[in-house]
Design a protein around this ligand. Structure first.
Ligand code: ATP
Ligand code: SKM
Ligand code: MG
Length: 161
């Protein structure tokens, strides 16, 4: 199992697709799976039931993953300490993006419920998460200025070595 972790916009979904292809492994997109299960977008889920409801679903879903796969986790997977147990059953790869890269990529985004409010609030969340991603990571790959092919090659190289 390979778990990709990182902040919103770090490229987990994009990289997971390519990595799955190259390693011939199935890809699990946690956000999409939860949206399917709940029959609504994450944005609506947050609006209707709040963040803690979503976190509950996220933890439950994470625990059910059994197949050897590339898992694109939600950006907030490190918000709950108990998620570290299922994460530790696989290799955790942290896609580390700078604040500037995240802002550039998500400038126009309106789909992510926690990508709202003022910049200071968003940056605080970003900074607060850094240590948490590092704590769960087996490998950290810096993604700034790299395309997804480069990132995928680097992940494969690291996991082999
Ligand atoms: N290496 C890259 N270089 C440039 N743009 C990228 C790269 N990887 C992803 N992107 C772009 O950045 C945006 C966010 O990428 P993506 O959805 O893969 O992030 P994510 O980590 O899955 O985010 P979330 O945690 O919110 O699901 C997308 O518009 C995507 O096309
Ligand atoms: O960073 C976060 O807390 C989130 C990231 C997304 O992947 C979604 O899981 C959701 O929007 C929450
Ligand atoms: Mg994603």
């Amino acid at each position: 199992m390979i778990f990709l972790v990182g902040f919103m916009g770090s490229g987990k979904s994009t990289v997971a697709k390519e990595l799955g292809k190259q390693l011939a492994m199935p890809v699990i997109e946690m956000d999409e799976a939860i949206e399917e299960e709940e029959g609504m977008t994450i944005k609506t889920l947050f609006e209707k039931f709040g963040e803690s409801y979503f976190r509950e679903k996220e933890t439950t879903f994470l625990k059910t993953i059994k197949a050897d796969s590339v898992v694109s986790t939600g950006g907030g997977i490190v918000e709950r300490e108990e998620n570290e147990i299922p994460l530790s059953t696989g290799k955790v790869v942290y896609l580390q993006a700078s604040w500037e890269t995240i802002v550039e990529r998500l400038q126009q985004d309106t789909t992510r419920p926690l990508w709202n409010g003022d910049d200071e609030q968003k940056k605080k969340r970003f900074e607060n998460r850094q240590g948490k991603y590092e704590r769960v990571a087996d490998e950290t790959v810096v993604v700034d200025g790299k395309d997804s092919d480069q990132i995928v090659s680097e992940i494969i190289h690291r996991l082999k070595g």
